[in-house]
Design a protein around this ligand. Structure first.
Ligand code: SF4
Ligand code: SF4
Length: 450
């Protein structure tokens, strides 16, 4: 039998916190809750400064077909609603609430009544749940498939492949019942014929837990995946589980698949059982600068400084702070950023790990192409971008790049390939928008001259 070549990279797992049950931190004095913790239109505030709010109360409604409502994570008083600079460099409206420390629960919370696909989707929307593995896509939109016969397989993503991050692992161990109840809801209301719980082979406890739950349950199975990065990437997982390729510009459902993160599934089940929407998040806190790495359950909107403080503070000055894991995480310029719905980790690194190696010239070794899970050509992207050749970038399918960072990680010359890919994608998007605007202008002028 020929050996199967796995694409991606083997990264050090560093799952230091996998054995630690999450600890719930105290109520912060202030939370700052952004209106966009999801892909799509930002939510619209329904409260104003001076309003008293309670835990689980709606503070911002979803604003469009792709959006998600936002709920208060504390009881207290709305202090202000203003723009905050987000980690992506854009300004976003955020609601700041001063906590009264009482954590009074909103008296209008109720368990949703579900007896059809339509009111299941409505409940998922009302839960405020978005892709909790980091993507942040509104889950109700993902699951609202008009023709259910298109769904062949639902993949529950338990392949937590980023180094350090263990919050999904803890959900699979500590909230296994919620994950399971969520899976049964998907099976029932999406009429899923086959559900595969994909877990990497470096999580034997999780595999055992779900294999036991699956025994005797038709249509639900565990797939044991090699622990290679980025196993948890949506397209990678679909290929590795189903041997199907999602074409450029298409969605997983176009190949009969839905991929949903295991913590997202648990959050849906929790809302269906308790009526409490998404107001808190389990996050991994780790990195060489953190005194006591652990998993923490924090109210959404808690400043990351409070979370680090809960972990004993820093043992050395942090030089690099990340939302998320080291491969795909986003650098934070300050400790005042809040915990958001789609955060699964905050990492802080000292001087040694924060150093960026000096890139040297490309030696044309091809390692970046070999390492790319999608077999893209980062060296060609870089050349086309530097030449300002948008047409070529389109032909090279730069938009397929999921920014997983494998190419940069594997490059012996330490070239900043993933950063160039991001710039190249933005450049191509601007070029396409410009062409579209020009075509519309030409067509208007043509119509006026007739
Ligand atoms: S080209 Fe994109 S998808 Fe391929 S390894 Fe690099 S970052 Fe990942
Ligand atoms: S891995 Fe680095 S050095 Fe090798 S071809 Fe790619 S960019 Fe060049």
């Amino acid at each position: 039998m020929s050996a199967v070549r796995l694409h991606g990279v083997r990264v050090p797992h560093m799952k230091n916190t996998a054995g630690r049950k999450p600890e719930r931190m105290g109520v912060p004095t202030v939370v700052t809750i952004p209106m966009s913790m999801h892909i799509g239109a930002p939510a619209e505030p329904v409260v104003k400064p001076g309003d008293k709010v309670m835990v689980g109360q709606l503070i911002a409604k979803d604003a469009g077909p792709v959006s998600s409502p936002v709920y208060s994570s504390v009881s207290g008083v709305v202090k202000k609603i203003d723009d905050m600079l987000m980690s992506n460099g854009k300004f976003m409206k955020a609601i700041t609430i001063e906590s009264d420390g009482k954590q009074d629960i909103w008296d209008q919370l109720k368990v949703p009544e579900i007896n059809s696909f339509e009111n299941f989707i409505a409940a998922v929307k009302d839960s405020g749940v978005v892709g909790l593995g980091g993507a942040g896509f509104p889950t109700a939109v993902k699951l609202d498939i008009k023709d259910l016969s298109r769904i062949e397989t639902i993949i529950v993503n338990g392949a937590e492949c980023e180094p350090y991050v263990t919050s999904d692992t803890r959900t699979m161990l500590d909230d296994a019942e919620y994950v399971w109840e969520g899976i049964k809801l998907l099976q029932r209301y999406l009429q899923a014929k086959r559900i595969v719980i994909a877990i990497e082979n470096n999580k034997p406890d999780c595999i055992r837990t779900f294999q036991n739950m699956c025994s005797g349950n038709n249509g639900i199975e565990v797939a044991i995946m090699p622990s290679i990065y980025p196993q948890g990437g949506e397209k990678v997982l679909i290929y590795n589980v189903l041997k199907k390729i999602v074409p450029e510009g298409k969605l997983p459902i176009d190949v009969g698949a839905i991929v949903i993160n295991c913590t997202t599934v648990a959050a849906i089940a929790r809302y269906v059982k308790t009526g409490m929407p998404l107001i808190e998040k389990c996050i991994t806190v780790d990195g060489s600068a953190v005194r006591e790495p652990k998993n923490v359950i924090a109210p959404i909107g808690t400043p990351v400084s409070d979370v680090f403080e809960f972990c004993g503070g820093f043992k050395e000055e942090p030089k690099k702070i990340l939302y998320g894991g080291p491969m795909m995480g986003i650098a934070l310029p300050s400790l005042e950023y809040p915990i958001m719905k789609n955060n699964n980790a905050i990492l802080a690194f000292g001087q040694k790990e924060a150093l960026t190696p000096e890139p040297t010239a490309c030696i044309r070794c091809g390692t970046c192409i070999e390492s790319c899970p999608l077999r893209l050509m980062p060296t060609e992207f870089a050349e086309a971008y530097e030449a300002g050749d948008a047409e070529r970038l389109g032909k090279l399918k730069v938009n397929l790049c999921m920014e997983c960072g494998c190419c940069s990680y594997a490059c012996p010359a330490k070239r900043p390939l993933v950063q160039t890919n991001r710039l190249a994608k933005s450049f191509l998007a601007a070029h396409i928008a410009e062409k579209k605007a020009q075509a519309e202008k030409d067509s208007r002028e043509g119509a006026n001259s007739r």
